[in-house]
Write a protein that binds this ligand. Structure first.
Ligand code: CA
Length: 231
């Protein structure tokens, strides 16, 4: 198998170097850029197989860079994983509307990042457009990272989207908070269990407008469940 090239776009050097170290050890070629402008020139010269783009960059934001690259037919096919911080995730719901193929929330473990990179590369190589999941009036498009209800887009943050995707692929089963942390947050040690409740609350609130909040059920003393049956 030929060696894949990953471009890291991140202005914070320690983070960039940490990511770079992990990727090189995993056998990738690595290119590094500290702003959007140098990223674009590296992309034009080297055509990387995937770009990791930090949201907060000194010139053009990572989200804007993603938008530009996805609009340009020369780079539209290059998968992009957006790196976000928790604070940004909270209000900038539009994270994936710029066209990112996935996102990883800081702080992340090198293992988690590697798993996401491999998943995105696999998907890109297979040319798989993703799948559509339907349940309880919700339609989830895994390629577009979008959820529709009654013909309208349900506005979800990245974590709420992932929670819902997990629930829809594991319906009718109860998951504890720690199981959800493992499966949805990738076992990130920095995340506390009550974070799960916060995101469940946000997910329900978003679904409420579409009368779908009842799909996310609290199972007392056990955790949460996505169910089409009324409690
Ligand atoms: Ca940054």
């Amino acid at each position: 198998m030929n060696t894949r090239t990953i471009l890291i776009v991140e202005d914070e050097r320690p983070i960039r170097e940490m990511i770079s170290f992990g990727l090189k050890r995993a056998g990738f070629n690595v290119l590094e850029a500290e702003d959007s402008r140098s990223a674009r020139s590296l992309i034009a010269d080297h055509r990387p197989d995937l770009a990791l783009v930090d949201w907060m960059l000194p010139d053009v934001s990572g989200l804007e860079l993603t938008r530009l690259l996805k609009k340009d037919k020369n780079t539209a096919e290059m998968p992009i994983i957006l790196l976000t911080a928790r604070a940004e995730e909270q209000d900038k719901v539009s994270g994936l509307e710029g066209g990112a193929d996935d996102y990883v929330t800081k702080p992340f473990s090198p293992r988690e990042l590697l798993a996401r990179i491999n998943a995105v590369l696999r998907r890109a190589a297979a040319g798989v457009p993703g799948e559509t999941l339907e349940a309880g009036g919700l339609v989830l498009d895994t390629a577009g990272h979008r959820v529709m209800a009654g013909g309208a887009t349900v506005p979800l943050g990245p974590t709420e989207y992932r929670l819902l995707e997990f629930f829809m692929t594991h319906a009718e089963r109860v998951y504890s908070r720690s199981q959800l942390l493992d499966r949805v947050w990738g076992g990130n040690v920095y995340v506390e269990e009550r974070t799960v409740d916060v995101h469940i609350r946000r997910l329900r609130k978003a679904l409420e407008a579409f009368n779908c909040d009842g799909l996310i059920q609290t199972v007392r003393g056990a955790g949460y469940r996505f169910s089409l049956r009324a409690v």
